[in-house]
Write a protein that binds this ligand. Sequence first.
Ligand code: URA
Length: 190
Amino acid sequence: MLKSGEKMTLDQLKSECNGCQKCELAKTRTNVVFGVGSEHAKVMFVGEGPGENEDLKGEPFVGRAGQLLDKFLAAIDLDRTMIYIANMVKCRPPKNRDPKPEEQEACIGYLREQVRIIRPKIIVCLGRISAQRLIDPSFKVTVQHGEIYEKNGVKMMGTFHPAALLRNPNNKPAAFEDFIKIRDIISEEQ
Ligand code: URA
């Protein structure tokens, strides 16, 4: 039991999240996909929700989209041990449908707490779902990708979802420029 004002650790939050029954998705999940990476990450990526592979493994972005994300990370000299990756919803929406607003609402407290613990310098929204929920409800990835916003002292950026890049590789160079910007921001002093 935490005393008031006491900060939860990621492990404590993860075990709370593993038992979550706050929305319908709890009934169909195999595993909760809490998030992975460094508690000291300067950059935190936020996707949409787990797919089939992630649900089976309990880890975010482990399918083809995840492999592409790893390539973009490697291009800016990062790997998964240096960043943090989470999703808007921690349980797989059946048939990979978009998470419903009420499911996102039920889950967002976990993400807020993850941000509070990690205190990243920049949060990168992967795709429309997280960018619209976290940056701007009318966010358009093709138009606003790579733009830097700031909320509560944390920089925010939306970029293409890697699954969307697999469907439309023409956007890869634009996504690469966004990653260069991420590299520049996290290598700035303080
Ligand atoms: N797509 C997402 O948005 N998140 C994952 O974890 C995997 C695929």
